[in-house]
Design a protein around this ligand. Structure first.
Ligand SMILES: Cc1ncc(COP(=O)(O)O)c(C=O)c1O
Length: 487
């Protein structure tokens, strides 16, 4: 009836219909059942296995939900050619779109994929108020060309902010305003890199940075991450053999691995930068989103005595990504080059938005807003953490970062993240497969998925965890099996 005997165990905690669906799934994955093969009729299989027909119907329905079989009217169920294209995003076209951070949600879908804040919590009223003040106060000046390095009062406000919140001293003249951190990465690439140069990135790393660096035609080498930062042996080996121009990294709640650097590693990497003559590009979009102030660690930039660190700050996760405002703290020797590159790119960031953000920072609403955002994110973090802890019984593992907006989950070895993501997508749950977060697309992140809680509601987190449980359960092969004779 099947090329491999079916074994069902009624004492197994996994229901019999799931055991059946799992075993048929395995035969499909191992190509023992190929496209267009009909599945046995429900009645015949039920009598062959000695089970109720409901068990067979449920198993076939589960396979249909997972996109592996298709019911044809009057003819029963058939193995399908490939997973149906139920949507135009995630994993089918999707891989490409997801690397570009473009995720188009459909109604009823739960978004654990993107780390973009939920628009319903944006500070619209306060922002509207400051926007009106700027329009009344500055009139047409708000709409003129602005300085390429940024509106001076905003650079001053940001300098105060960095000192007050992070104890980092950056003089306003070394602050370069950019239209989001993504533009900052791109501009740094334009200034520091030529085609054929080598750069080093963390493995895994932020896909947007990979895309920007790739566009410069550079050779990208990867160094694996440990719980306290880069593997220094691997790093030093590459420094000796490849003489990179820059090292791109995220010091806090790294995207996607969630690790933060220890102070010791920060100091050692800065020394290596001086010794081997390269720049450290420190991308810091998460420093504020820390749920336990006792774990606060320094940044690269605060320890840099050699002017080796180019620091990029995004405010997208805390404020509103559509404002497109971030900044680069530039070492003095690069400031003119970086300002010129910004000028060649888009002349300046929007003056109206820079003026409004400046007022928002100056009037103190910003500090209050950060606290509100942190409280919201912390509740979601705790909810997802508790849910994920309850799924550890399926063999998943992850760090508890106590900050940031996502979890980096290692799946049990018998589950491939791409298969897992597809199964989630079919249940309207969008998640990120680990494989998109590395430059060489080797197998090192294949076993991982990234789950973000930024974009969804608390209710959706609970629903999403329950979907994850069902899917983990459906991948979970029965441990104890009874062998039934094959007819
Ligand atoms: C690590 C990292 N850097 C930069 C960015 C881009 O930020 P922005 O919206 O400021 O361009 C992101 C966005 O997700 C990010 O995760």
């Amino acid at each position: 009836m099947f090329p491999v005997p079916i074994h069902l165990d009624k004492n197994n905690a996994n229901p019999m219909y799931m055991q059946l669906a799992n075993q048929i799934t395995q035969m499909i994955h191992q190509k023992q059942l190929v496209a267009n093969t009909p599945l046995p009729s429900i009645r015949k299989l039920a009598s062959h296995l000695g089970v109720n027909t409901v068990t067979i119907v449920s198993a076939y329905k589960q396979l249909e939900t997972n996109g592996l079989v298709q019911a044809k009217k009057g003819s029963g169920y058939f193995i399908i050619e490939k997973a149906p294209k139920t949507s135009t995003h995630v994993l089918d076209i999707p891989m490409k779109q997801m690397t570009q951070q473009q995720i188009h949600l459909r109604a009823n879908e739960i978004n654990f994929a993107s780390a973009t804040p939920d628009p319903s919590i944006f500070p619209i009223t306060a922002f509207k108020n400051y926007l009106n003040i700027v329009l009344d106060r500055d009139q047409g000046y708000a709409f003129g060309y602005h300085e390429s390095n940024g509106y001076e009062p905003l650079r001053e406000s940001l300098s105060h902010y960095m000192k007050r919140h992070h104890m980092i001293n950056i003089a306003p003249e070394y602050i370069q305003i950019v239209s989001g951190a993504q533009q900052g990465i791109d501009i740094i690439g334009k200034v520091l890199l030529n085609a054929g140069d080598t750069i080093i990135v963390e493995n895994p790393t932020y896909t947007g940075a990979l895309a920007a660096f790739k566009s410069r035609g550079v050779l990208i080498k990867e160094v694996s991450l440990e719980q306290d930062g880069l593997n220094l042996e691997e790093l030093e080996h590459l420094l000796q053999t490849h003489h990179p121009k820059l090292l791109y990294l995220m010091s806090k709640f790294q995207n996607p691995s969630t690790i933060s650097y220890s102070e010791e590693k920060l100091r050692r990497i800065i020394k290596l930068a001086e010794q081997y003559d390269f720049y450290i590009v420190e991308d810091d979009s998460m420093a504020e989103i820390c749920y336990d102030s006792s774990i606060a660690k320094p940044n690269f930039i605060s320890l840099d005595t050699y002017h080796r660190v180019v620091y990029i700050k995004s405010f997208s996760k805390l404020m509103m990504p559509g404002l497109r405002i971030g900044f680069i703290a530039v070492p003095p020797q690069l400031s003119t080059l970086i300002m010129n590159a910004k000028h060649h790119t888009d002349i300046s960031s929007s003056g109206l938005i820079q003026r409004t953000v400046d007022l928002y920072l100056r009037e103190g609403d910003w500090d209050q807003h950060i606290e509100q955002m942190k409280a919201i994110y912390k509740r979601k973090y705790t909810l997802m953490l508790n849910g994920l802890n309850s799924l550890k019984k399926y063999g998943i593992s992850f760090l508890e970062p106590n900050g940031g907006l996502h979890f980096w989950i290692k799946l049990p070895s018998y589950i491939q993240s791409k298969d897992f993501c597809k199964a989630c997508q079919r249940q309207s749950l969008l998640i990120m497969p680990g494989s998109i977060f590395n430059a060489s697309q080797d197998t090192s992140t294949e076993q991982y998925i990234r789950l973000s809680f930024a974009a969804c509601s608390e209710e959706q987190i609970v629903q999403g965890i329950s979907i994850l449980e069902q899917i983990l359960d459906s991948f979970n092969l029965p441990k104890k099996m009874t062998i039934l004779p094959l007819i």
